[in-house]
Design a binder for this molecule. Structure first.
Ligand code: SAM
Length: 255
C-alpha cells in the first residue's frame, strides 16, 4: 500500500462517500456527512477534505460553501488508488453487541477483506443490524486510512456456511481444543483464506465434527489460553496479516 502522502495534512477529515469520484466532480454533502464536516470538524471554505468512494480510490477535495445542512466540495486530485485488499474472510460467530462491535472495528483496521458472520447453536445474538455494523466498519476504515471498505454480509447459519463454502478458499477453524499453530498454518497456505471463530460458548460437539469434516477446514491454535471470541478474531487476523497478508510488504517505510 503506497505511503499516505504528506499533503493533504494527516489531520484532514476523511470520508467514504457513495458518489463515484473524479477530477472536478462537485458534491453537496448533507445529513451526517454535513454534520461531521461542518459541526464536528468545523471545516472552512478553501480547506481540504479527503474522500474515498470504495471504487476509484482516495481523492483530495476542496471545501466550498458550508452551511447548516450541507457542505459543498469540489474534487481536485486523486491521492491514491483503491488499495488491493488481502483476500481474507473472517467468519465470526455472532457475539453480544458490544463485543461484536469491537470485532467489526478492529478487524477492519487490521485489513480484513470480508466479514461473513456465522450463527451457531450457542450464539447469544442471532441477528445483526447491518446498517449499524456498516457504520462501524466505515468509521474504522476512515480512521485507519483504508481506501477500500471491507465487505460485510448478512449472518448465515453454520450448516449453510459449510454447505456453500467456496471450493478454492481455505477455512481455518480456530479451535481452542487444539490445532496447528496459527502462524505455521498461515505461513504455508497462500491463496484465498477464511478464519472461523466460535461464540462465547464455543462450538458444540456436532458443530465441531461438521467443521472438522469439511474438506477445506484446517484447525488452528491461537495458543494455550482460552480467548474471548473478539480476542481470538483480533489475534487471528493479526497473525494472518503478518504471515500471509499485507504486513509482509513492510508498510509505508519500505518504499
Ligand atoms: N470453549 C470456550 C471455553 O471453554 O470457554 C469458549 C469459546 S471461546 C470464548 C470463543 C472462540 O474463540 C472459540 O470457539 C474459538 O473459535 C476461539 N478461541 C479461543 N481460544 C482459542 C485458542 N487458544 N485457540 C484457537 N481458538 C481459540
Amino acid at each position: 500500500m503506497p505511503a499516505t502522502p504528506s499533503w493533504p495534512p494527516k489531520s484532514a477529515p476523511r470520508l467514504f462517500v457513495a458518489d463515484q469520484l473524479g477530477n472536478g466532480r462537485i458534491l453537496a454533502l448533507d445529513g451526517n456527512h454535513a454534520h461531521y464536516l461542518g459541526k464536528v470538524m468545523r471545516v472552512r471554505e478553501g480547506e481540504t477534505v479527503i474522500l474515498c468512494d470504495n471504487q476509484t480510490g482516495e481523492w483530495a477535495a476542496r471545501v466550498g460553501q458550508v452551511d447548516k445542512r450541507s457542505v459543498d466540495l469540489t474534487v481536485i486530485e486523486r491521492l491514491r488508488p483503491r488499495e488491493e485488499v488481502p483476500d481474507l474472510w473472517l467468519c465470526p460467530a455472532l457475539l453480544k453487541k458490544d463485543r461484536f462491535d469491537v470485532v467489526l472495528e478492529k478487524v477492519t483496521e487490521l485489513g480484513v477483506g470480508r466479514i461473513q458472520p456465522a450463527i451457531t447453536r450457542r450464539c447469544v445474538a442471532d441477528k445483526l443490524n447491518l446498517d449499524r455494523a456498516r457504520t462501524i466498519t466505515t468509521e474504522a476504515a476512515e480512521q485507519c486510512a483504508r481506501t477500500a471498505l471491507p465487505e460485510l454480509v448478512e449472518p448465515v447459519k453454520l450448516d449453510a456456511l459449510l454447505r456453500d463454502w467456496p471450493t478454492n478458499r481455505a477455512l481455518f477453524f480456530a479451535d481452542e481444543e487444539g490445532g496447528q499453530p496459527a502462524g505455521d498454518a498461515f505461513a504455508h497456505q497462500g491463496g484465498p483464506a477464511a478464519i472461523l471463530i466460535g461464540p462465547e460458548g464455543g462450538f458444540d460437539d456436532a458443530e465441531r465434527r461438521a467443521i472438522r469434516a469439511h474438506p477445506n477446514a484446517h484447525a488452528i491454535s491461537l495458543g494455550p489460553r482460552i480467548l474471548r471470541g473478539e480476542t481470538a478474531a483480533i489475534a487471528a487476523l493479526a497473525v494472518w496479516m503478518s504471515e500471509a497478508g499485507d504486513w509482509a510488504d513492510g508498510g509505508a517505510d519500505e518504499e
